[in-house]
Design a binder for this molecule. Structure first.
Ligand code: ADP
Length: 309
């Protein structure tokens, strides 16, 4: 059902490249005014999905509606109301921030645009307005590319892995920019393979792997659904987690590179039994850490593998 509050509606969309099922029957809706994240490892199908919604690739099957308009039939009308963040390599290296933004305004002559000075303020580049783009840091270039996606005052903004390669501080600055856009009533569809980014920034997340959506919900709901419990981690020098599976309260026990992760619904019971076990087994037990579950845990449980940068 098409809902007026939805900015994007994707129904059973597929895109195959020969034997590669890049997108293999994906359905979801993005609500107006939310930050919606597609989270998955490289090759999961995120870019292919986002580019079909943008109108840059044509689906083999399925239906896509963007702001009430049909993709690809009404692609031109859609283009007027969306903003796509392009990769920064496309920026003119010798032009300054102000000059590039002014240049982009000429592409939208006669149409509603956001003034260059306002854009500079929105992406926090006031001190860099006279700097040539080649002399900007990676994070500043990314913020400039977000500003370029905003020139035509779009209702819906697409960010494809916007913080890849950034240091943590630059990443947080971009998150602030994205949150500010949401505060202005914009809808944001973004992809990421950073778990922390999805958890901190997105209102809802689709976890994608092998061209399919495995789960879709708020970060808190995903964590709650999969882990109403606490993670207990430690090194024990072995790779066999099976022994720990039998401890009271333990719902799952996995080990990776000598590090064991237990999920427990009864931490005092599990800890008591764990310490007793360690005392009698003589295991080389160290680096104990007890924490609440994260999206990383959810992803690991769903796909059996960790997300890697
Ligand atoms: P992600 O953005 O999650 O990293 P992509 O959507 O880029 O994933 O890719 C999904 C899968 O489709 C990958 O296996 C990729 O190699 C393949 N793929 C993407 N685009 C093409 C293309 N133009 N031709 C052939 N294979 C492609």
């Amino acid at each position: 059902m098409l809902n007026d509050a939805d900015a994007i509606h994707v129904t059973d969309v597929k895109k195959y490249y020969g034997a590669t099922k890049a997108v293999d029957g994906i359905s979801f809706a993005v609500r107006q005014g939310e930050i919606f994240g597609m989270l998955g490892p490289n090759g999961a199908g995120k870019s292919t999905t986002i580019e079909m919604i943008e109108g840059l690739r044509v689906p083999d099957a399925g239906a896509i509606t963007v702001l009430g308009l049909q993709q690809p039939r009404q692609a031109n009308a859609i283009k007027e109301r969306i903003g796509i963040q392009l990769q920064t390599t496309a920026l003119y290296p010798l032009l300054t921030v102000t000059e590039i933004l002014d240049l982009f305004h000429t592409f939208f002559r006669g149409r509603q645009t956001i003034p260059t000075e306002d854009l500079i303020h929105m992406v926090n580049l006031e001190e860099k307005r006279a700097t040539r783009s080649k002399n900007l840091s990676g994070g500043q270039q990314q913020r400039l590319s977000v500003a370029l996606a905003l020139v035509n005052d779009p209702d819906l903004i697409f960010l494809d892995e916007p913080t890849t390669g950034m240091d943590p501080q630059a990443r947080r600055q971009l998150w602030d920019v994205v949150r500010d856009l949401r505060g202005r009533g914009k809808t944001i569809l973004m992809t990421t393979h950073y778990m922390e980014e999805a958890q901190e920034l997105c209102d809802r997340i689709a976890i994608v792997d092998h061209g399919k959506i495995l789960e879709l919900d708020t970060p808190a709901a995903l964590i709650h659904k999969f882990f109403q419990d606490v993670a207990i981690e430690f090194q024990d020098g072995s790779t066999d987690a099976a022994t720990y599976q039998r401890l009271p309260g333990v719902t799952s026990a996995t080990s990776s590179e000598g590090r064991v992760t237990l999920h427990s619904t009864d931490v005092p019971q599990t800890m008591g039994a764990l310490l007793a076990h360690v005392g009698t087994s003589g295991a080389n037990f160290r680096d104990l850490n007890v924490r609440t579950a994260t999206l990383e845990d959810v992803f690991l449980k769903l796909t059996g593998r960790a997300l890697r940068d």
